[in-house]
Write a protein that binds this ligand. Structure first.
Ligand SMILES: Cc1cc2nc3c(=O)[nH]c(=O)nc-3n(C[C@H](O)[C@H](O)[C@H](O)COP(=O)(O)O)c2cc1C
Length: 329
């Protein structure tokens, strides 16, 4: 399908990096359910902060399938280069540079998508990071800083010249935040302008939309963010639709129960009980967000302080759902 350095990626669907979401358990799950490539949550390039518990879990890639892509965020070329090197020493096989994230915390330090305003600095960062490591370096951008400064094509050409191996483009400017429709026209223009693989990103939430965006932009892959929250099987659904032109039916309740219970086990294992319980609450909320009448269950679930009880409570919830589905059939 496409190549990133030595890695052949055989499915055109990529999990977007999402801080607080794409941790190791979620990445593994999405990969198992069809994502061709998954990208870690961003790690700050300031390695003095790496002793925090948050950074420690983000830097943990042990036992993870290949290729392991780790995203770094920051605004200083030397620090970014050092962070890239240190992540490679810890097992990263692809370094992804974050120039796509509009979060205030990142932008205040002139990092993430705020960098797009400063093209010479972008070039310095790309040059420093690609020179620092001998693994492929990828880049994630927005289409520009604002609708008056849509410099995505300039940045994309610069990225290719600097040796960037693939480019993810979120089809919005930094100023747009998450509002308005994603601009697939700009992504198509970027695909035309460069010859490295481009991942089209923004608002892709159904298999049919994935196909439309791939056809319209000519991108090598689609990158899926929010639509994968609570629906990690979307990768499988997209692959199936791209391969056959047919929509898979939604997974039955048993299957969702098994996926969710496995996910809970992994969260408890990876984070330990205290953090695992809390992070599980967020994911369970996403899995059930489309379930009418699940609010009462979620309220009770969020009070549970024991891993085994979380597990049992999810099983009981799905047991009732399965009985209802069986009766309706
Ligand atoms: C909760 C959350 C966290 C995110 N964290 C990151 C991040 O760490 N790095 C990054 O480049 N983009 C980050 N993004 C942006 C996503 O990667 C993606 O570009 C954006 O959500 C648009 O894609 P979507 O419409 O498929 O969600 C984040 C988005 C969300 C919703």
């Amino acid at each position: 399908m496409f190549q990133i350095g030595p890695y052949h990626i055989d499915r055109p669907v990529v999990l977007a990096p999402m801080a607080g979401v794409t941790d190791q358990p979620f990445r593994q799950l999405c990969r198992r359910l069809g994502a061709g490539l998954v990208v870690s949550e961003m790690v700050t390039s300031d390695s003095r902060l790496w002793n925090s518990r948050k950074s420690q879990t983000r830097l943990n890639h042990s036992g993870e399938a290949e290729p392991r892509s780790v995203q770094i965020a920051g605004g200083d070329p030397e620090m970014m280069a050092t962070a890239a090197r240190m992540n490679v020493e810890r097992g990263a096989q692809i370094i992804d540079i974050n120039m796509g994230c509009p979060a205030k915390k990142v932008c205040k330090k002139a990092a993430g998508s705020a960098l797009l305003k400063d093209e010479p600095l972008v070039k310095d960062i790309l040059t420093a990071v690609t020179a620092a490591v001998d693994v492929p370096v990828t880049l994630k951008i927005r289409t520009g800083w604002s609708s008056d400064h849509r410099n995505g094509i300039t940045i994309a050409r610069m990225a290719e010249d600097c040796g960037i191996a693939a480019l993810a483009v979120h089809g919005r400017t930094r100023a747009c935040g998450y509002s308005g429709d994603a601009e697939y026209d700009t992504i198509a223009a970027i695909v035309d302008a460069i010859s490295i693989p481009v991942f089209a990103n923004g608002d892709i939430d159904e298999p049919i939309k994935a196909k439309q965006v791939l056809d319209y932009t000519g991108a090598a892959a689609v990158m899926i963010g929010r639509a994968a929250q609570g629906r990690p099987w979307i990768f499988q659904e997209i692959n199936h639709f791209l391969n056959t032109g047919e929509q898979l039916p939604s997974p039955p309740a048993q299957e969702i129960r098994d996926i969710l219970c496995g996910h809970l086990d992994e969260l408890h294992r990876f984070y330990g009980d205290f953090m695992g319980l809390r992070i599980a609450r967020k994911h369970v909320g996403w899995y059930l967000k489309t379930h009418a009448g699940s609010e009462a269950f979620r309220k009770t679930f969020n009070q549970i302080e024991n891993a085994q009880e979380q597990h049992t409570s999810v099983r009981d919830y799905f047991e009732q759902l399965i009985t209802k589905e069986d009766k309706a059939a």
